[in-house]
Design a protein around this ligand. Structure first.
Ligand code: SAM
Ligand code: SF4
Length: 347
């Protein structure tokens, strides 16, 4: 059992400040929280098979995560995404979701959501809805069971399919996220789009990013989305639409399917000019950019005082250091642009 049982009756409503403005005039209103670096899959583009995870004692407690998130919400965060590692393998995670849901009730937070690999979602879908979650991102790179097992190393497609069913029944809106992988799923992206739209899901494709050492060569995996888009445009009418979810995806409406398709292109089209987000790890480290090493330690100010002033000042200082952007490169000679894995910073 987890030790985190928030007494929601005792929690005061929060009053929000005017927001966190970075040096480039971007308002930071989106926080992604990696609640654990652990995962029950080992996707080939994300992790090495024999990953070393953080000792459990280094993790912030759920209570501490709740306090940190609450301070961010007070400072202007409107959208909060729980991610990981796999967020749904963290013990007691639903207590954190329920507790954060109070900020939806008060109107301070506009959206509470999560990114999941779908392995456990069937167990939590109803409860997530009950806590105020309305949309979830489910990562799925293929509909072929053998290929799925190869990509995730430890996953089974059936688990994810059951979860998608459960999410639908629970009333959760689903977006399928697929990482585009050369020779692996590149010719499956079109049927996946057809399937996703047929099921009523949005479908987003993502370019693989050079984050952390993996067992394979990233040059072999990398597929530019400009190519994917060009191929789709040969067969479908992709109409750019202003739809925004607060994230980096650019959306089109696919006229033939009536569905929405997103493109996340960190490599071929840098989207940093409109970046509105920061990322918090499960140890309380704040990364102001997914693609840079600079970070701020929030665990010390969190633990040093019961009040939130030190923490709030540390966040202000960190936001002033938010860099202009990332500079990812994938080639055979270079090491990963950033040493830490996506599962550490949270995707
Ligand atoms: N485990 C959850 C999942 O897979 O949805 C949440 C964390 S995972 C790190 C978040 C997203 O990052 C997933 O959609 C995954 O496909 C993507 N991802 C992981 N490593 C990546 C990389 N090197 N480049 C691009 N996307 C990556
Ligand atoms: Fe786990 Fe998600 Fe990384 Fe796959 S992408 S290994 S599911 S954290």
């Amino acid at each position: 059992m987890s030790d985190f049982i928030p007494d929601l009756n005792k929690i005061e409503p929060i009053s929000q400040t005017n927001g966190m403005l970075d040096p480039f005039g971007r308002m930071v209103s989106y926080l992604r929280v990696s609640v654990t670096d652990r995962c029950d899959f080992r996707c080939v583009y994300c992790m090495a098979e024999d990953m070393t995870f953080l000792p459990k004692k280094d993790l912030l407690t759920l209570e501490e995560l709740d306090r940190l998130c609450t301070v961010f919400i007070e400072k202007g965060v409107k959208k909060l995404r729980l991610t990981g590692g796999e967020p749904l393998v963290r013990r007691g995670i639903m207590e954190l979701v329920r507790s954060l849901g109070r900020h939806l009730d008060s109107g301070a937070l506009e959206e509470l959501t999560l990114t999941t690999n779908g392995s456990q979602l069937h167990r939590f879908a109803d409860e997530l809805y009950d806590c105020g979650v309305r949309r979830v991102n489910v990562s799925l790179d293929t509909l072929d069971a053998d290929k799925f097992a190869k990509i995730t190393r430890w996953g089974r497609l059936e688990q994810v399919m059951n979860s998608l069913e459960a999410a639908k029944k629970a009333g959760l809106q689903v977006k399928i996220n697929a990482v585009a992988l050369k020779d692996v799923n590149e010719h499956e992206l079109e049927p996946m789009m057809q399937w996703a739209h047929g099921e009523g899901y949005d479908f987003t494709v993502i370019e693989t990013m050079p984050l952390g050492e993996i067992d394979e060569d990233r040059t072999d995996q990398y597929l530019p989305l400009s190519l994917v888009r060009q191929r789709l445009e040969g067969k479908y009418s992709l109409l750019p639409i202003p739809y925004k979810t607060g994230g980096p995806a650019r959306y089109v409406k696919v006229e033939e399917t009536g569905g929405r398709m997103g493109f996340i292109t960190p490599m071929t089209h840098n989207f940093c000019e409109s970046c509105n987000r920061v990322r918090l790890t499960c140890t309380g480290t704040l990364f102001m950019c997914l693609g840079q090493e600079d970070a701020a330690d929030l665990r010390v100010p969190l633990r040093e005082s019961e009040g939130n002033e030190l923490l709030s000042n540390a966040i202000d200082e960190a936001i002033l250091r938010k860099p202009k952007g990332h500079d990812f490169i994938i080639d055979r000679t270079s090491k990963p642009s950033v040493g830490r894995h996506m599962s550490t910073t949270g995707g």
